[in-house]
Design a protein around this ligand. Structure first.
Ligand code: HEC
Length: 332
């Protein structure tokens, strides 16, 4: 815009030069044209130049006020931003991979369950997704649960049922803290939703323990260095090592494979409805697209007579009486 107005303002200079060169030209005409052009160009330029200056000023003022990053935490305190991984199950037209969930549940049970509870998951929700009814029943029966008080008010123990929830490793939070150097291993049921970065964060956390903390990093006593954990010092040590579990489907149990499987499993635990939600989404899309097409057709059908109507103006037929009257004139 500035360039254009500069070009434009160059014009009267050229015109003046031309006028000066051709002195022979009628003076009054040349002077008047040059002044007229000069005045109009000043007016045309003032607005764009002013608007540009105003826009630049506004942006500069805004950048001055809000453009500078003000962080409450340093990047180390914030934790390293996890990498974005192409999670297959997170795609809108994909479902959880039941094999992966089964492997992930195995990793949870054999590794994480010794410290972390999964208190919102009942055995029944594993049925059909991760295992068969019989497998889930057998798993439930491995644990004992309290019965309702009997006639004497005694609470007895009974084997678990499908409606029971997965038991936690500790009696209460205090016992959990006592066993973990004062740190509480959080419940993992909603962990994927509870952390910024979701699956990416959990996968990065589990696989992100370096062999040695980098030079200069301060790792407090009893904590472990993990760049993805806010503050970088985490009470949980590295738990996944190659071949820690033996998968029944013979998938090689590398650290990253186990981390990926348990992360997908934890995503399922946090959103067991995800597959149904996507399926419902497809049904809604199918039905609404038919209804949309139908409503467009009905609208066109209803409007067809109006839209294809032709309005014709027939001028009045010349009447012999009217033509005898004097014609109206502009003179009055
Ligand atoms: C030896 C006990 C132990 C085991 C085994 C363990 N954790 Fe932890 N975990 C902890 C403790 C303690 C914390 C709390 C860390 C803290 O607050 O510094 C924790 C924290 C976490 C967190 C939360 C981190 C955050 O952002 O707050 C996640 C996620 C997690 N663990 C996942 C797992 C998974 C998945 C497994 C199994 C592969 C696992 N843990 C195995 C002890 C354990």
């Amino acid at each position: 815009m500035l360039a254009r107005s500069a070009l434009r303002s160059a014009r009267p200079v050229g015109a003046a030069a031309r006028n000066a060169a051709s002195k022979t030209a009628s003076r009054s005409v040349s002077t008047s044209s040059s002044t007229a052009e000069g005045a109009s160009s000043w007016k045309t330029n003032a607005l764009p130049v002013g608007a540009t200056a105003f826009a630049i000023g506004t942006v500069a003022w805004y950048a001055y006020i809000a453009g500078r990053d003000v962080d409450a935490m340093t990047p180390a305190e914030e934790g390293l931003h996890p990498t974005q991984y192409p999670w297959e199950h997170a795609k809108w037209n994909k479902t959880f991979d039941s094999q992966a969930l089964r492997r992930g549940f195995q990793v949870y049970r054999e590794v994480c369950a010794s410290c972390h509870s999964l208190s919102r998951i009942p055995y029944r929700s594993l049925v059909g997704k991760i295992m068969t009814v019989d497998e889930a029943k057998a798993l439930a029966e491995e644990n004992e649960y309290d019965t309702e008080p009997n006639d004497e008010g005694e609470i007895e123990k009974r084997p678990g049922k499908l409606s029971d929830y997965l038991p936690g490793p500790y009696k209460n939070d205090e016992a959990a803290r006592a066993a973990n150097n004062g740190a509480l291993p959080p419940d993992l049921s909603l962990m994927v939703k509870a952390r910024h970065g979701g699956c990416n964060y959990i996968f990065s956390l589990l696989t992100g323990y370096p062999d040695e903390p980098p030079a200069g990093a301060v790792v407090p006593e009893g904590l472990n260095f993990n760049p993805y954990f806010p503050g970088t010092g985490i009470a949980m040590a590295r738990v996944l090592y190659d071949d820690l579990v033996e998968y029944e489907d013979e998938t090689p149990a590398t650290t990253s494979q186990m981390a990926k499987d348990v992360t997908e499993f934890l995503n399922w635990a946090a959103e067991p409805e995800a597959d149904d939600r996507k399926k419902m989404g497809w049904k809604v899309l199918a039905v609404t697209s038919v209804l949309t097409a139908l409503s467009i057709w009905v609208k066109r059908y209803k409007w067809a007579s109006v839209k294809s109507r032709k309005i014709v103006y027939n001028p009045p037929i010349k009447s012999p009486i009217l033509s005898k009257l004097p014609k109206p004139t502009n003179k009055s």
